[in-house]
Write a protein that binds this ligand. Structure first.
Ligand code: ACO
Length: 430
């Protein structure tokens, strides 16, 4: 019978160390005892981009990237997408269990009650240029919420954390819709608390003069897209939320940091990049030439919406979205870019370059096509990602704050700069 330990022999000194293995991991700090001499700092691990470092224990989301499995609190994403609503899923992610009926009613009431934002937020938005990117505006307005709710600094009070959670989840659609209204110049539409979370968001986005009727197919599609985006364990924006939150800043500031991380084209900005790429390709017949360009560029030109750090198989969320696209297009009319996307996928999945690197469509490959067909402008896509991900960020932040192992995040470095040297006055510099 083997032991749950790892023996390491340091060939510099000939010494052997026995290090415990727990939960499939060794503790990085256990390596510190491995020293080359009394003045040696001790061994570290070098892991830029944290490709093989667990930074926390989590009970929220499970991914098996090789098998294409995604579970929230143990429930398969396919079942949640089929049977749940976004708010119910958000409750599950935050609280660990599906809500009983009374809990569900309370939860929905609390979120609905907090949908309004302070009028000064509107003024703040008004000061942005007409063509400001919606994500830039969202980062700033969410950060600004911290100044409206200074009570949010009491992060060690669980009830206070819950209250800020209601506020953030409730206000994100309002802020997102206001951001959009600013860019098109139409008056802001206030929340309608008679409607559900997604229906209300649609009316705040698209209602003009007269009554706005929420289309049930589009409302359901949005629910599903929001469920699929609600959490995804330790991705770039969630790590930002945890890392910034570890300084014990308020949740609005930490969420603003997470939104900033999501803005990047390699993360939540990818669905926007996919649409731009599809437009640039312009037609099915030009797909082979584009694939060739990607392959020959040595990684510079990427097939956006393909590849994932964790999934080395079809992203299960992409499968759900691809199927749902047909239902949405029955209402909105077919998005002509779909044919280009299908052709890209068909060719890429047969091509040795993509097969060898296990590059499959990710969640962003098809989501943009649906959003565009529903009438959302391309630069709103990452905002549509940020709204539902807020539940995941908050759950991860809450878990981090309650985890006794966590401290302020502070990685180590391997210093490669100059050794100590004296200051050279300006006149003496060549
Ligand atoms: N198109 C072409 N080649 C790719 C792509 C792509 N989309 N993604 C990865 N590769 C290639 C790389 O060039 C590299 O090739 P090499 O081994 O010859 O150097 C290899 O595949 C591995 O790529 P890495 O960049 O090391 O993979 P990593 O895990 O770091 O990156 C990422 C994952 C960022 C998602 C990457 O696949 C990518 O840039 N995809 C396009 C952007 C995208 O769709 N992002 C959305 C991700 S999902 C989300 O955030 C919601």
């Amino acid at each position: 019978m083997g032991k749950d330990t790892l023996s390491i022999t340091d060939n510099r000194t000939g010494k052997t160390y026995e290090i415990p293995i727990q939960e499939g991991a060794i503790r990085a700090l256990d390596l510190r005892q491995i020293k080359n001499g009394p003045d040696d700092f001790g061994l570290m691990t070098y892991d830029p981009a944290f490709t093989n470092t667990a930074a926390c224990r989590s009970r929220i989301t499970f991914i098996d990237g090789d098998k294409g499995v995604l579970l929230y609190r143990g429930y398969p994403i396919q079942e949640l997408a089929e049977k749940s609503t976004y708010l119910e899923t958000a409750y599950l992610i935050l609280n660990g269990e599906l809500p009983a009926r009374a809990q569900h009613e309370d939860w929905v009431h609390n979120i609905t009650y907090h949908t309004m934002v302070h009028e000064n937020i509107k003024e703040l938005m008004g000061s942005f240029r007409y063509d400001a990117h919606p994500m830039g505006m969202l980062v700033s307005t969410v950060a600004a919420l911290s100044t409206f709710y200074p009570d949010a600094k009491a992060i060690h009070d669980p009830q206070n954390r819950r209250t800020q959670g209601f506020r953030l989840i409730a206000k994100m659609p309002t802020l997102a819709a206001f951001v959009y209204r600013h860019s098109v110049g139409t008056p802001y539409a206030y929340p309608d608390n008679e409607l559900g979370y997604c229906g209300n968001f649609l009316q705040m986005m698209f209602k003009l003069a007269g009554k706005y009727r929420v289309n049930p197919v589009l409302e359901r599609a949005l629910e599903v897209l929001f469920i699929l985006h609600a959490d995804h364990e330790q991705n770039c924006s969630t790590s930002a939320m945890r890392s910034v939150g570890s300084s014990e800043v308020d949740p609005y500031s930490a969420t603003a940091a997470a939104i900033a991380a999501l803005y990047g084209p390699l993360h939540g900005g990818a669905n926007e990049a996919v649409l731009r790429m599809l437009r640039e390709i312009g037609g099915r017949e030009r797909v082979p030439a584009f694939i060739k360009e990607v392959k020959e560029s040595g990684g510079e030109v990427r097939l956006m919406g393909f590849g994932h750090r964790v999934y080395k198989n079809y992203d299960p969320r992409a499968n759900i979205i691809k199927k749902m696209a047909e239902q949405v297009f029955e209402v909105t009319g077919r998005n002509p870019l779909l044919d280009i996307a299908l052709e890209l996928e068909r060719i890429a999945l047969q091509d040795e370059y993509f097969v060898k690197r296990k590059l499959y469509p990710n969640v962003d490959f098809y989501s943009g096509l649906i959003y565009q067909a529903m009438g959302f402008p391309v630069d709103m896509f990452p905002v549509l990602f940020a709204i539902p991900r807020t539940a995941g960020w908050l759950a991860q932040w809450d878990e981090m704050l309650q985890d006794k192992d966590q401290k302020i995040a502070r990685p180590r470095q391997i210093y490669r700069g100059p050794a100590e040297r004296p200051y050279v006055p300006l006149e003496a510099r060549s």
